[in-house]
Design a protein around this ligand. Structure first.
Ligand SMILES: Nc1ncnc2c1ncn2[C@@H]1O[C@H](COP(=O)(O)OP(=O)(O)OP(=O)(O)O)[C@@H](O)[C@H]1O
Length: 643
C-alpha cells in the first residue's frame, strides 16, 4: 500500500483549518490526560494534589496580607501581637508554595519521561511494522523526523499544560472571589487583561508548527551530514576521498540557513508575544488606576486596597499562566495531529493481522505475471514475471545489475506486495496469509545484511528470535557456513561482541561477516531459503565449501540464490535468467549454454574476463558496438548496465 501523501503544505492547511474550539480543547485534554494516566497514574495523582495545595495556598496569601494590613493600619498604636498570626501564616504559605513547586518539578520530570517512553514505544511499533514501501518515501522520513524530534514529547507537554491550567483555574477562582469581594469591577478589568494574550497566542501556535514542518527536511539533511562525518562505516571513505572539509562546509551552510530562518521565526514570535504582553500590561495599568480612583473616592479602605493590589497582580499571573497553558495545549495539538497521522500508518499492518497462517511446507511456489514498481519509479522493476519453485530444488536467479533479482526476492519473502499478478503457495495466494506468518516460513539473507552489535551467538540466534536457541543449534548453523572456526578463534569464542562500538568488541572481515549472516539464515530453519549473493565476499575456498555442502545443509528445504558468480550457478538444479524485469530464459546450465542466449553470453563474458582488454571488446560487442577496445567499449558497457 503506497504511503499516505504527507505534503507539508497540505499539513499546514489542515493545521490552519483546525479551529480553537472548546470541543477541540476538551478532546486534546482528554486524550493527553488519559495517556499520562496510562503511563504514570501515581505521579499524575500526586501532581494534581500538589497543584490544588499550591493553588489554595496562593488564595490564602491574599487573606493573610489583608489581615496583616488591617492589624498594621488599625487606629491607635500598632498591635504587634495581632500581626504575628498573619506573618507566620504568610511565611508558612510561602514556604509551602516553594516546597510544592520543587516537588512538582521533579514529579513532572519523572512523569514526562514515562509519557515519552509510552509514545516512543508506539512510534517504534509503527516504524518497525509499516509496509516497507514507506521507507522508499522521503515524505515518510520527514514525517518520522518531525515525530522523533517534536511530537513524541508533546503529549507530555499537554499534560503539563493541563496541570498548570488546572492549578491556574483553582488559584484564579480563589483570587477572583477575594477580588470580587473588594470590587466586582476590579475583577472584570483584571480578567480583561487576558484577551490580548489570547489573540496573539493563537497566531504563535501556528507559527511554531509551520516552522517545524518547513524545517523537517533541512534538519534531516543536517543529521545525515553529521552521520557522514561521525559514522564508523563512513569514516574510512571520508578520509580516503578527503571529504571532511567539503562536508563540514556543507554542514555550516545548512546550519547558517537554518539559523537565518530561526532568527526570523524568533523575531516574529517575539513580536507577537510583545504585542500580547503590552496589551495585558495596558489593561493591568488601567485596573490599578481604577483602584486608585476607588481609594480616592473612599469606596475601598487601605487594607482592602493593599490586598486587592496583591490579588490583581496574582490574578494577572494566573490568567497569563492559564492562557500560556491553553496555548501550549493547542500548539501541541497541531503536533499531536501529526503524531496521530504517523501512528495511523501502522493501521494497515494491524488490519492485516487477519489472514490464515502460512503452511510450514509447500510443494510448489508459483509466480504468475507479477508486476512491481517502486514508489515514484517511472519504470517497472518487474514486468510480468512467471516462474515456479518446486519443493527441495536449488534454483539460481541470474541477470545483469538492475534486472530485478533482489526485488523478486523481496516479493517472494512477503516484504512487498505485487502491483499485479500473484504469488501463490500451492494455489493459495500469499496475500491471504497473515504477512508475519508468511515471513516466518521464509529465510532471507540480503546483500546488505545487518551486522548487529551483539555477540556471535546472538548474531546467529536473531535468525529465529521467537525460539530459544541452544548452543548446539547455533554452532551447527555456524558450522554449515564456516563461521564456527571464525567465532571460535575470537577472544571469548561465540560470546565475543561483534562490534567496535562498545568496549571489548571486535570486528570481522567482510567475508567472515557474510559467513555469520548465512549462519543466521540457516538457523532460521524455514522451508524457503533466499540467498542474495551469498558468496559475494567469500574467498574461493569458503565459497567452494559453502556450495559443496549446500544441499546437505538445506536438508530438503527449497533455496533460491542470486549470484553473479557463474561457477557457483552452474551447479543449481535450474537457472532462471532475468533481464529488465522479465524472465527471459530458464533451464539447467548445459541447456542454457546450448541455447546460446543471454545466459550463455554472460557466462562467456565472465569466463573470459581479464585485464588485457578482452572484456571491453566483448562487452562492446554484446552492446552492439563495433568491437572497438578502449573508451568506446567502456561507454558501451556503462550504457548497458544502466539501461
Ligand atoms: N528501493 C528502490 N527504489 C526505487 N527503485 C529501486 C529500488 N531498489 C531497486 N530499484 C530499481 O529496481 C530495479 C531492480 O533492482 P534490483 O535491486 O531488483 O536489481 P538486481 O537485479 O538485484 O540488481 P543487482 O544485480 O545490482 O543487485 C533497478 O532498476 C533499480 O534501480
Amino acid at each position: 500500500m503506497p504511503p499516505a501523501p504527507l505534503d507539508p503544505v497540505a499539513l499546514r492547511v489542515a493545521a490552519r483549518s483546525q479551529t480553537k474550539s472548546l470541543g477541540r480543547l476538551a478532546f486534546l485534554i482528554r486524550s493527553s490526560v488519559s495517556l499520562a494516566w496510562s503511563a504514570g497514574p501515581r505521579p499524575l495523582t500526586a501532581l494534581v494534589l500538589l497543584q490544588v495545595v499550591s493553588a489554595v495556598a496562593l488564595g490564602l496569601q491574599v487573606v493573610a496580607v489583608q489581615r496583616l494590613l488591617s492589624a498594621v493600619l488599625a487606629p491607635g498604636d500598632a498591635d504587634l501581637a495581632a500581626t504575628a498570626g498573619p506573618v507566620i501564616v504568610l511565611a508558612g504559605l510561602t514556604a509551602l508554595g516553594a516546597v510544592t513547586g520543587a516537588v512538582q518539578t521533579q514529579l513532572l520530570r519523572v512523569l514526562g519521561e514515562m509519557v515519552v517512553r509510552t509514545m516512543w514505544t508506539r512510534v517504534l511499533r509503527v516504524a518497525t511494522g509499516v509496509d516497507l514501501r514507506h521507507f522508499e518515501s522521503p515524505e515518510f522520513y520527514d514525517h518520522l523526523s518531525r515525530v522523533q524530534g517534536n511530537a513524541v514529547a508533546r503529549p507530555y507537554q499537554v499534560t503539563q499544560g493541563v496541570l498548570s491550567a488546572a492549578g491556574a483555574v483553582v488559584a484564579g477562582l480563589g483570587l477572583a472571589v477575594a477580588l470580587a469581594s473588594f470590587s466586582p469591577a476590579l475583577l472584570a478589568l483584571a480578567l480583561l487583561g487576558g484577551i490580548p494574550l489570547l489573540l496573539t497566542s493563537r497566531r504563535e501556535s501556528r507559527l511554531e508548527f509551520d516552522f517545524s514542518v518547513a524545517q523537517a527536511t533541512a534538519i534531516r539533511r543536517r543529521a545525515y551530514l553529521v552521520l557522514l562525518q561521525t559514522g564508523r562505516d563512513e569514516a574510512k571513505e571520508v578520509r580516503a576521498f578527503g571529504l571532511g572539509t567539503w562536508l563540514s562546509a556543507e554542514f555550516e551552510a545548512l546550519y547558517e540557513h537554518y539559523l537565518g530562518d530561526l532568527r526570523r521565526h524568533a523575531v516574529r514570535r517575539g513580536l507577537l508575544s510583545l504585542v500580547g504582553q503590552l496589551g495585558a500590561a495596558i489593561v493591568l495599568g488601567g485596573t490599578l488606576f481604577f483602584l486608585v480612583w476607588l481609594i480616592s473616592r473612599g469606596a475601598i479602605d487601605v487594607p482592602d486596597a493593599g490586598a486587592a493590589v496583591l490579588a490583581i497582580r496574582m490574578l494577572a499571573t494566573q490568567v497569563q499562566s492559564l492562557l500560556r497553558s491553553v496555548q501550549l495545549i493547542f500548539e501541541s495539538g497541531l503536533f499531536l495531529d501529526d503524531l496521530d497521522s504517523f501512528l495511523e500508518l501502522g493501521m494497515p499492518a494491524l488490519e492485516q493481522s487477519h489472514g490464515s497462517d502460512a503452511p510450514a511446507s509447500f510443494d510448489t511456489i508459483r509466480v504468475d505475471d507479477v508486476h512491481f514498481s517502486y514508489p515514484g519509479a517511472s519504470v517497472e522493476a518487474l514486468r510480468g514475471v512467471d516462474l515456479e519453485l518446486r519443493a527441495g530444488e536449488i534454483v539460481a536467479l541470474v541477470g545483469e545489475n538492475g534486472s530485478g533479482k533482489s526485488t523478486l526476492a523481496k516479493l517472494l519473502a512477503g516484504l512487498y506486495q505485487p502491483d499485479g499478478g500473484r504469488i501463490s503457495w500451492d494455489d493459495t495466494d500469499i496475500s491471504r496469509f497473515h504477512p508475519a506468518s508468511l515471513r516466518e516460513q521464509v529465510s532471507v539473507t540480503f546483500q546488505d545484511f545487518v551486522r548487529y552489535a551483539l555477540s556471535g551467538t546472538d548474531n546467529i540466534a536473531v535468525g529465529r528470535i521467537d525460539r530459544p536457541a541452544t548452543p548446539a543449534q547455533v554452532r551447527a548453523a555456524a558450522r554449515a557456513t564456516g563461521a564456527e572456526g571464525v567465532l571460535d578463534a575470537l577472544p571469548h569464542g561465540f560470546d565475543t561482541l561483534l562490534s567496535r562500538l562498545f568496549a571489548g568488541g571486535i570486528d570481522l572481515s567482510g567475508g567472515e561477516w557474510q559467513r555469520v549472516a548465512l549462519a543466521r539464515s540457516f538457523f532460521r530453519d524455514a522451508p524457503l531459503v533466499i540467498l542474495d549473493e551469498p558468496s559475494a565476499s567469500l574467498d574461493p575456498r569458503a565459497e567452494h565449501a559453502l556450495f559443496a555442502t549446500l544441499r546437505d545443509v538445506l536438508a530438503g528445504r527449497t533455496a533460491l540464490f542470486i549470484s553473479h558468480r557463474y561457477a557457483t550457478v552452474r551447479g543449481a538444479d535450474r537457472i532462471i535468467v532475468l533481464d529488465a524485469g522479465a524472465v527471459v530464459e530458464e533451464g539447467t546450465h548445459d541447456e542454457l549454454i546450448e541455447a546460446g542466449g543471454h545466459y550463455a553470453d554472460l557466462y562467456r563474458l565472465q569466463s573470459h574476463t581479464d585485464i588485457a582488454g578482452a572484456p571491453l571488446a566483448a562487452v562492446a560487442a554484446t552492446a552492439g558496438g563495433a568491437g572497438q577496445v578502449g573508451r568506446t567499449g567502456v561507454a558501451a558497457a556503462s550504457h548497458r548496465s544502466s539501461s
